[in-house]
Design a protein around this ligand. Structure first.
Ligand code: FPP
Length: 261
């Protein structure tokens, strides 16, 4: 957990008064399954894509709030390996939205020292989008105070299989023995290499599922589910999740008495 390391130099548009009043522990790494964009839109008689666009505004609010509160890593689930099977219009609309996000949010990310990283199988993205991602990752990396990992074309099982194949190839090449493979070496072959595991995973829209998200990394994450649909998720909802996190006893397999001792 980290302390609230608010900097007066931040250039944010969130409700700073509300955020500043929060005095609970801040998780180092927050992961979010952003669900409910479609329902948010259809319940208003709108196209599902409109829900995704409103979802992008909730992404901005959440990135800003996490940066303000001193979160070190924020990982958001934007598009799963399975989402490629959605209707063509929705997939292409989401790809256009990611492209737009990269262009629109560049200044905000750079002004606030947020480094972006895209995790997932980026070879399935268009060449143009891949190039824009590399450019933004390189531009935002220097002097980062927070890392924003955006999972795009991401699947937890696919990630674990990829790491396993890479490790097997290195064993076959004689670099090390299979018995040398431990948790640290395995983790270093995942997309999230070098980042701490999430402390808290938030899922919006009331669904109690992990949906192939960070299957390895969520081993000891605290789970928080809210009925709020992602486009409505704001600073107050984030603080509710952090408040709940602060009231948990994290035991990592130990007994309560051991943890207290
Ligand atoms: C799940 O809701 C959401 C998605 C598959 C897309 C998430 C995308 C965004 C929040 C858009 C912006 C992201 C970035 C990084 C710019 P759903 O469509 O499955 O909702 P439903 O369950 O109500 O149908």
């Amino acid at each position: 957990m980290t302390q609230n390391t608010t900097s007066p130099k931040l250039n944010l548009s969130v409700n700073e008064t509300l955020l500043a009043a929060f005095d609970g522990p801040i998780p180092r790494h927050v992961a979010i399954i952003m669900d409910g964009n479609g329902r948010w839109a259809t319940s208003r008689g709108m196209n599902r894509l409109r829900g995704h666009h409103e979802g992008a505004n909730a992404v901005r609010r959440t990135v800003e709030s996490c940066r303000y509160l001193g979160v070190e890593v924020l990982t958001i689930y934007a598009f799963s390996s399975q989402n490629w099977q959605r209707p063509v219009d929705e997939v292409s609309g989401l790809m256009t939205l990611f492209d737009l996000y990269i262009k629109k949010e560049r200044k905000l990310l750079m002004d606030n020292n947020v480094a972006i990283r895209i995790i997932g199988d980026r070879t399935r993205l268009s060449d143009k989008l891949q190039a824009a991602i590399v450019q933004l990752e390189e531009a935002t990396a220097p002097g980062a105070k927070m890392v924003l990992q955006v999972a795009v074309s991401y699947g937890g099982r696919e990630e674990i299989l990829g790491a396993t194949r890479a490790l097997c190839a290195r064993v076959e090449a004689g670099e090390f023995k299979a018995s040398d493979v431990d948790e640290a070496l395995f983790s270093s072959h995942l997309y999230t290499a070098g980042q701490p595991d999430p402390d808290l995973v938030i899922r919006t829209s009331g669904e109690f599922r992990i949906s192939n998200f960070l299957l390895w990394q969520l081993a000891y994450a605290e789970i928080y589910v809210t009925d709020v649909l992602w486009p409505d998720f704001d600073e107050a909802h984030l603080l509710e999740a952090f408040g709940s996190f602060g009231r948990r006893e994290r035991r990592f397999g130990l007994t309560g008495a051991q943890v207290k001792a």
